[in-house]
Design a protein around this ligand. Sequence first.
Ligand code: CS2
Length: 399
Amino acid sequence: MGQIVHFGLGNFARAHLLDYTADAGGDWQVIGVNLRSRTTRDGLAAQDYAYALKVQGVGVKQIAVINTILLASEGQQPILQAMATADIISATVTEKGYHLDQNGQLDLQDPVIAADLTGLPLRSLIGFIAHDLAQRDRPVTILSCDNRPGNGDALRQAVQQFAQAAHLTIDWSLARFPNAMVDRITPATTDLIRQECNDPMAVPTEAFREWVIEDCFAGPRPDWPDVQFVQDVRPHELRKLRMLNGAHSFLAYAGLAQGYDFVHEAISDPQLRRQALSLMMEAGATLPQDIQDQVPAYAQALLVRFDNTELAHRLDQIAMDGSQKLPYRILDTLRLGATPVLISAVRAWMSYCIAQTALGKKLNDPLAEDIARAANSAQPERKLLQLIGAEDLAPLILE
Ligand code: CS2
C-alpha cells in the first residue's frame, strides 16, 4: 500500500490532490496533517474523513481517500512516524507556510521557524520535513502543491537552510522535490453549498483542473489521471501564475475598490474585463517563446472560468496575503515589461492596504502589522513597496 502524508487539508487540497488521488484508485492511503487549526480535522473526523466535492456544472462526488488527520498541536511524534513510512509527503500550506523572506530565503527570524529551531514542538512544514529527512532510511518524494515559481526548488532550499541552522545531517540522495503547477479554482465553502450537499465539510470547485509535475519522483506514485509529467514545469508555472493568478490579484483589489464582491461580478465590468484581458496578454508576452501561441486561447479560457457565476469566488478571499502573492504574480512580470495594467494592479493593492487601514481593519496578511505601519506613515506607498521588495519599481509606480 502506498502512503501519502499531506500537510494542509484546506479546500484546495480537497478539490485538487485528493480528487486526483480518489480518481487514481489503487491502494493508496492519505494521512492528513494540520499545523494550525483543528476545525477541519474535527469536522471531517465526525464523518469518517469523507466529504462531498461539488463540481460546478458536473455534480457532487464523494471523496473518501483520507484515513486520518493528525494535528501538530497534539504532538509531533505521530506525524514524524507517519512521515517515516510515506512514499510522498505533499503540501498545500499557501505561500506564507514556507516562511521565506523577500529574497526567497528561509527567514530564520520568523517566529515559527525560530521556535522550531529551538527544539520546541514543531509547528512548521519546513521543520517537520527537515526532521523527517534527518532520520529517514527510505526514498521519499516531497511534493509542493502551492502557488510559487519553482515551488519544489524553493521548498528544498528552505529545508536545506533549516537543516543547516539546526545542525541536522540529511542524506539528500533519498529525497526528490519535483516542481509542480497546480490549478483549480476553489472558493471558500458557503452555507448554501453545505445545504445543497447536505454536508458541513463540502467543498465547491469548478469542473476544470490541471496538474503539471516534474517527472522526478523518488518512488511510487498514484496513477493520477490527466496529470502531465514533464521535464520542465517552468513554462506551465509561469503561464498559470502570471496570467491566471496575476489577473485574479488585479481583479481582487480593483474590483473591491469598485464595490464588487465576486470574481464573476468584477470580470463582467467592461473596463475591468478589458484591463484583466490586457494584463493576461501582457503577462503572456513575457512567457517563453515556444508557448506564446497558447496565450490568446488560454486568456479566453480564463475569461470563461472567471465568468462562472455559480462558483461565487469572493474577491476578498483572493485579496488575502497580497504581500506574499504580488511578487510572483505581478512584480516579476512588471520587471520584464512595464505595462499600464500591471502598474495599476500594484497601485490597487496599495490603495486597498491604505483604505483598509484607514477603516481600522487588520489585513489578512502575514505582514499585516508592517502594512498598517506603512499605511499610516508619511510615505505610505513608498513604504508599502519596500515591504514587498519593489523599491526598484517605485519610479515607475509612483510617477
Ligand atoms: C487565487 C488562487 O486565492 C487566490 O489567490 O488566485 O487560489 C486561484 O484560485 C488558484 O490558484 C487557481 O488554481
